[in-house]
Structure formats: C-alpha cells, structure tokens
Design a protein around this ligand. Sequence first.
Ligand code: HEC
Ligand code: HEC
Ligand code: HEC
Ligand code: HEC
Length: 195
Amino acid sequence: MVTLDYLLTVLYLGKGEERMSKLRRTSYVGLATVAAALTLVAVLGGLDLLGTAFADPPEDQTYTGAKRCASCHFTQYMSWKKTKHAKTFDLLPAEYQEDAKCLKCHTTGYGTPSGYKDQASTASLAGTTCESCHGPGSKHDEIAQQFKSKKTLTPEEEKLVRGSIWLMLPKNVCVECHTVQAHKKSETPPELRKK
Ligand code: HEC
Ligand code: HEC
Ligand code: HEC
Ligand code: HEC
C-alpha cells in the first residue's frame, strides 16, 4: 500500500532524515486540520447552521399524489400537466405496464412502501409526478395545511414549510431516470426508442 510516509520518502529521498521528519510532522498536522474542518462542515451542514446544506426531508413522509400538491401549488401543477413528465406512464405499451423493469422510471416511488403499485390502487402515482422529483410530501402537506387560510406566512412559518420538502437538485434526482446522459445505455427497449 502507498502510505503518506512512503510518498514523502520518495519525494524527499536524499534530503536528509531531519528535514524528512519535519515534513512528516507538518503533513500529518495539515491532514488532521483538513479532516477536522471537513468533519465540522459535515456536522454544521447536518444541523443546517451553514445554510448551504440540503437535508433530506423527514424520513416518515409518504407519497400523496399530484392532486394534493395541486391544492396549494396550482400554477406549478398546471405547468407540469403540460410537460411530457405528466404522461410517462402512458408511453408504456400494455404488455409493459406491470413490468417492474419499466415502472421504476415511468411511475413515482415504485418499489417504496407508499409508492406506485398498480393502476387499481395507486393510479395517481403513475407517471413522473411532482414527488418523483421532490420526494414524498405527506409531512410537507401536513405542516402546510395549518397555514392554508393565511395570506402571508411569517418568515419562521415559511421556513418551516419550505424545509419540509426535498430540495432535490443537489442530489441530482434527474439521473435516476435519465441514465443515457450519465454514460449508461438506455433501459428503454430499442424497438420502442424514438431515436
Ligand atoms: C397545504 C398546502 C400545501 C400542499 C398540499 C403542498 N404544499 Fe408545497 N408549499 C406550500 C407552501 C405554503 C410553501 C412555501 C412557499 C410558498 O408560499 O409557495 C410550499 C413550498 C414548496 C416548495 C418550495 C420549497 C423551496 O423552498 O424551494 C416545493 C418544491 C413544494 N412546496 C412542493 C410540494 C409538493 C411536491 C407537494 C405535494 C406532495 C406540495 N408542495 C404540497 C404549501 C403546500
Ligand atoms: C422533473 C422534475 C420535477 C417535477 C416532476 C416537478 N418539479 Fe417542482 N421543481 C423542480 C425543480 C428542478 C425546481 C427548482 C429547484 C428546486 O426547488 O430545488 C422545482 C421547483 C418547484 C417549486 C418552487 C417554486 C417554483 O415554482 O420555482 C414548487 C412549489 C414546485 N416545484 C412544485 C411542484 C409541483 C406541485 C409539482 C407537480 C405538479 C412539481 N413541482 C413537479 C423539479 C420538478
Ligand atoms: C421518475 C423518472 C424521471 C425523473 C426523476 C426525471 N425524468 Fe425527465 N423524463 C422521464 C421520462 C420517462 C421522460 C420521457 C417523456 C417522453 O418522451 O414523453 C422524460 C422526459 C424529459 C424531458 C423531455 C421533455 C420534452 O418535453 O421533450 C426533459 C427535458 C426532462 N425529462 C428533464 C428532466 C429533468 C431536468 C429532471 C430532474 C429535475 C427529470 N427530467 C427527472 C423520466 C424522469
Ligand atoms: C432508467 C430509467 C428507465 C427505465 C428502467 C425505462 N425507461 Fe423508458 N424512458 C426513460 C427515459 C428517461 C425516457 C426519455 C427518452 C430517453 O431519455 O431515453 C424514456 C422513454 C421511453 C419511451 C418513449 C420513446 C423514447 O425514446 O422517448 C418508451 C416507449 C419507453 N421509455 C418504454 C420503456 C419500457 C417498455 C421500459 C421497460 C422495459 C422502460 N421504458 C424502462 C427512462 C427509463
């Protein structure tokens, strides 16, 4: 194994044992400082004290379906309705509509406890709905409900509501489905591909 010591030795071969041990000391101190700084950033990030970290939403959220989201986000709902994401389930030919291989990308939350199962029980989660990108939103829904009758929220209330939904871009949620651009082969059967 290539250790730090080994690298330093190679770099400073013939520079004398005294210099070598001084260098070794400074390098270890340097490394320890970097490690400590990284830990601090991670801890503060987890507590969201830096204001830059994007935490996951509370774990116990379940999928609600786009209609629930629409009740408060009508504008976003209407614009999403016009996108191809709203109709990704309809792309599947009948013989593939119960195929687990396809459902993970052509429905919402497939394979998770409250995600899409089948057309009979969870039709509202067919297609790439809001929660494919924003994550399950039951807690966000619940928290926001209490302010529904208010015209304007206080900064604290707004922070509470905003903080309860997933800010997914830092996780690059898109590549979970759009794998082609991520240097992988398309999982859509070749005979069904447009290009
Ligand atoms: C009871 C009302 C209500 C429901 C239901 C609701 N939201 Fe929200 N949502 C809000 C409010 C209030 C905010 C704060 C910002 C604002 O006023 O638009 C918000 C903010 C957001 C944000 C922005 C977060 C940020 O800071 O960038 C997203 C994304 C979001 N909601 C997605 C959803 C999704 C997805 C659903 C369905 C699972 C949903 N919401 C359901 C009320 C609601
Ligand atoms: C294909 C992914 C995707 C889908 C599907 C999607 N969104 Fe978003 N949404 C985004 C992105 C990306 C942003 C901007 C960055 C962010 O907030 O993290 C965003 C931002 C938002 C915001 C913040 C305010 C705004 O308008 O910019 C709200 C509210 C929101 N979405 C609600 C919804 C609702 C409701 C639906 C379903 C009807 C939906 N989104 C479907 C990706 C998506
Ligand atoms: C759950 C899977 C899934 C996720 C997550 C997802 N997409 Fe898609 N997306 C699809 C599918 C399936 C299509 C094909 C729709 C079609 O061809 O009719 C598509 C189509 C598109 C298109 C083409 C739309 C058009 O009008 O031609 C764009 C652009 C796109 N996605 C961007 C994004 C971005 C950006 C994100 C992340 C913010 C994202 N997608 C997240 C599954 C997904
Ligand atoms: C890894 C995610 C993923 C899986 C798995 C997947 N698809 Fe797709 N599918 C997509 C995306 C993303 C698109 C949009 C076009 C693109 O980017 O390839 C798409 C597009 C399509 C289209 C429209 C034609 C086209 O080229 O746009 C059809 C039809 C389709 N998929 C069927 C299927 C079937 C059937 C299966 C299962 C055998 C399947 N897909 C599995 C992500 C997926």
